[in-house]
Design a protein around this ligand. Structure first.
Ligand code: PXP
Length: 253
């Protein structure tokens, strides 16, 4: 069982790069956002280098490795190209995500159970290089067991369905999705996996996930970058930090 501590907040800066790339220049700079996020209380920075480089670039990853004082969680698809990039930089953590060119965002969790051998071979060198290997998966017992068998140290539970159900007012579905996250966080923790969660979280949806005692880290991006337009990045992150800390304190109390 993972040792419980403060819930870590990882801030995903991909969409600072999305805005930058809309004009093709170098403003706004994701590295500046990452440093600001650190000062606002982020425990880590997450960046997804997609195969099509639609937001984060190779140079961004290089820059993040140079400037960050907090750990980098490098999200990537299970491709040879990404494996080589990860092995060159050796970030603190590597999160393996499914990637489809036509999707707008990472729509579902990775299919680990069907790709077990391939993924076991894929992550072994990353582990050997000292990266913590995380697998982004649905709250599904079969996928969690497979992630454990292939030697991942961490799973990140996909919270997208829970958040979508909330946004669409399907509250029974939302509560069912949350119950699955709670159950599967406990199941994964019993197997010795460290449990993270993320995708689609906002101020309305974060607290019940932050209150799951086995969840050690949340990764949040799109909402925070959007909210930065209205509040500024620093206050947007501080507000999220406070909600997360409150949920954790309530759960301990
Ligand atoms: N965790 C993982 C593994 C992701 O792929 C993403 C999206 O890139 C996030 C968390 C953050 O999701 P969002 O941007 O919706 O907060």
């Amino acid at each position: 069982m993972a040792e419980r501590g403060k819930l870590r907040l990882g801030v995903n800066i991909d969409h600072v790069a999305t805005v930058r790339n809309a004009r093709g220049g170098d403003y706004p700079d994701p590295l500046r956002a990452a440093k600001l996020a650190e000062q606002a209380g982020a425990d880590g920075i997450t960046a997804h280098l997609r195969e099509d480089r639609r937001h984060i670039s190779d140079a961004d990853i290089e820059g993040l490795m140079d400037v960050l004082s907090v750990p980098l969680n490098f999200e990537m698809a299970a491709t040879d190209e990404m494996q080589q990039i990860a092995l060159r930089h050796k970030p603190h953590a590597v999160c393996i995500v499914p990637e489809r060119r036509e999707e707008r965002t990472t729509e579902g969790g990775l299919e680990v159970a069907r790709e077990e051998n391939k993924l076991a071979h894929f992550i072994a060198p990353l582990r050997d290089a000292g990266c913590r290997v995380s697998i982004f998966i649905a709250a599904d017992r079969r996928q969690i067991e497979a992630a454990h068998r292939i030697g991942a140290q961490v799973i990140e539970l996909h919270t997208g369905s829970y958040c979508d159900a909330h946004a669409e007012g399907r509250f029974d579905d939302r509560d069912r999705e949350l119950a699955a996250l709670v159950d599967m966080a406990g199941f994964a923790d019993d197997l010795g996996l460290e449990v993270h969660a993320g995708h689609g979280l906002n101020y309305e949806t974060v607290k019940p996930v932050a209150a799951i005692p086995q969840v050690m880290e949340l990764n949040i991006g799109h909402f925070l970058i959007g909210e930065a337009i209205f509040l500024g990045l620093d206050p947007a992150i501080r507000k999220m930090r406070a909600l997360v800390d409150d949920a954790r304190a309530d759960q301990v109390a």
